[in-house]
Design a protein around this ligand. Structure first.
Ligand SMILES: Cc1ncc(COP(=O)(O)O)c(C=O)c1O
Length: 454
């Protein structure tokens, strides 16, 4: 066993293909339904929003899909990302466990999001799309797609949840610096936004609403604009699998293999990107790594939601998918992990949780920041509030190993840094951060509005 701390791969070791878990999925995928007719969607319907190459990736059952050279060229700006043995955290926790993390905060915008933003911009450009529309919560996804569109010479229109637009101006400025146009959502740009503002001019917005606006802007553009989503969909998760494939090679360098792997889950993309290549080994080789999705107790789709068909957005314009959901009208409490405030979950991750291949754990906001401080004071990196959910579960696993005196190999995905989230840390340090109880009543109400699919 090596004494090294960082396991760095050469650029030549960057994966040449994305891993598609549809090839190994132990449960058959449920159909995607049209939001109006509730019948299975046709490629024609999806083609209004997405280029055909991404639609084909969405339904592909090929195990590996080649990464085009221009995408690899951009990936090389920051990939392969570091894989770190958190030796100082192990010491701080006085645990016999070995703790590793994959650091996706090393990308130019500070998260895993460019892993899919870059190919989405590339495939759109290749098929002649002139402009994209998208939503963003706290701004990680918006800045990733803004960077990617800039690289491929495309326009981008971003609908940013209004509350974040005004409270977190630096991500907005970053998005503008890359050349994109950004609007607070709800906005006056779309019919849906105008209808919400008529009812409440101060509406704070939500991710579900911003998705509706971005979808409407693309769907009514007469083909001029297409829509891009930063999580949830199969092709997005597919692109993220560069993370786990690199981590497998880095584990080889460390001469270890994980007993347990962890990722935070909002829509499921960084979790899937990190864990699916390991799940592949569980499913096809004699590996038995435990896989844990960490989610917020305030927005617990996997641990408290229903596994059923629901709309992906609030205005019922996006396709209906089978997923763990809290109801598309549910607006999660204002936790600082904006990227985890979504009512649903990726259908692939949902199916794996339902089948017992993935465990899910809900954690409370104050506990995640407590864990973040333990981590950052040992390892130096200030994590994104989303990533702190994975850190909390990793620390719990390391403490359980100390309790049982066992050497457990633990790895988590550090999906982003928190340099734009210092207000959240300030609130925590000054005792202003609160825990939200599970909003049972609001969820119960939202679950009344599920589509009635036969
Ligand atoms: C740093 C970071 N981690 C995690 C997430 C959650 O998204 P996903 O579940 O798709 O990885 C986000 C979303 O904005 C994010 O910015």
């Amino acid at each position: 066993m090596t004494e090294r701390t960082k396991f760095l791969l050469d650029e030549s070791k960057m994966p040449g293909a994305w891993y598609n878990i549809n090839a190994d999925m132990p449960v058959a995928p449920a159909p995607v339904l049209h939001p109006g007719t509730l019948e299975p969607v046709t490629p024609d319907f999806l083609a209004v929003l997405f280029p055909m190459s991404l639609i084909l990736q969405e339904i592909s059952t090929e195990r590996y899909i080649e990464i085009p050279e221009p995408v690899r060229d951009v990936y090389k700006l920051w990939r392969p990302t570091p894989f770190v043995r958190a030796r100082r955290l192990e010491l701080a926790l006085d645990t016999p466990a070995h703790i590793y993390f994959k650091y996706e905060g090393a990308s130019p915008v500070g998260s895993h999001k460019p892993n899919t933003a870059v190919p989405q911009a590339f495939f759109n450009k290749q098929e002649g799309t002139k402009a994209l529309t998208t939503e963003t919560g706290a701004g990680q996804w918006g800045s990733a797609l803004a960077m990617a569109c800039n690289f491929f010479g495309m326009d981008l229109e971003v609908y940013m949840v209004k509350e974040s637009f005004y409270q977190k101006p630096y991500r907005r400025i970053m998005i503008e610096s890359y050349g994109a146009t950004i609007y607070p959502s709800p906005s006056t740009n779309t019919q849906y936004g105008r209808s919400l503002l008529a009812g409440n001019p101060d509406a704070p917005g939500s991710l579900g609403i911003a998705i509706s606006e971005a979808v409407e802007a693309a769907a009514t553009s007469g083909g001029a604009k297409k829509y891009s989503l930063g999580s949830v969909l199969n092709h997005v998760l597919l692109h993220q699998t560069v993370i786990g494939q690199e981590a497998l090679l880095q584990f080889e360098m460390a001469d270890e293999y994980p007993d347990v792997i962890i990722g935070c889950a909002g829509g499921g993309s960084n979790f899937a990107g990190f864990t699916f290549p390991f799940i592949h080994k569980n499913l096809t080789e004699d590996k038995a790594t435990r896989v844990i999705a960490a989610e917020p107790a305030a927005s617990p789709s996997l641990t408290k939601g229903v596994y059923t068909f629901d709309y992906g957005d609030t205005a019922q314009m996006a396709p209906i998918v089978k997923m763990h959901t809290l109801g598309h009208t549910f607006i999660p409490p204002g936790i600082h992990a904006g990227g985890l405030r979504y009512h649903g979950m990726s259908p692939q991750v949902s199916a794996l949780v339902d089948g017992g291949y993935v465990e899910a754990r809900a954690v409370k906001q104050l506990d995640t920041f407590r864990a973040a401080l333990t981590f950052l004071r040992a390892e130096g990196i200030i994590p994104a509030p989303e990533s702190t959910h994975a850190i909390k579960v990793a620390i719990d696993e390391a403490l359980a190993a100390r309790e049982s005196g066992e050497k457990r190999v633990i790895a988590f995905n550090l999906s982003g840094h928190g340099h734009f989230d210092m207000v959240a840390y300030e609130d925590y340090l000054h005792g202003r951060l609160e825990d939200y109880e599970y909003p049972a009543e609001a969820v119960e109400e939202a679950l009344q509005h599920l589509p009635s699919v036969g």
